[in-house]
Design a protein around this ligand. Structure first.
Ligand SMILES: [Zn+2]
Length: 133
């Protein structure tokens, strides 16, 4: 998965801003390169789950269309434990074509950002290629 360095930094900043709850948002760009982060509010305010209110999702998708960006990914954080997909993440994988970024806000995290894609009903990790800018 290809992502601009600035977008990756923005996501990680979002995750670290309130490390005690799962952060979440959508990712967009052009030509399969993620360039834009659309941070959302986790309406559950939970450390183990996230949900974006339908009204906010609608607003974000409308903004993406206006900016002529493609929806390319979704992200959330795991405040505790490994940043790999949980059972709940698999059950709620509503965007089969999107890259799923899972972040760790922990200061000692060796890989604070990891990315996964749905392949035949399960998540497979994919390499993150960071581009300048
Ligand atoms: Zn998760």
């Amino acid at each position: 998965v290809l992502i601009r360095g600035g977008a990756l930094d923005e996501m990680l900043e979002h995750a670290r801003a309130r490390p005690e709850i799962e952060c979440c948002g959508l990712l967009a760009g052009r030509d399969a390169i993620i360039t834009d982060v659309f941070a959302a509010r986790n309406e559950l305010e939970s450390a183990t789950a996230f949900s974006i209110a339908p009204r906010e999702l609608f607003r974000i998708f409308r903004r993406m269309r206006k900016l002529r960006l493609d929806h390319l990914g979704i992200y959330h954080s795991h405040p505790a434990g490994e940043n790999v997909p949980s059972r709940r993440d698999l059950e709620q994988a509503y965007y089969p074509a999107a890259a799923y970024f899972i972040l760790s806000p922990q200061p000692g995290a060796t890989r604070p950002a990891r990315a996964f894609r749905m392949v035949e009903g399960t998540f497979e990790e994919c390499a993150i290629e960071v581009l300048g800018g």
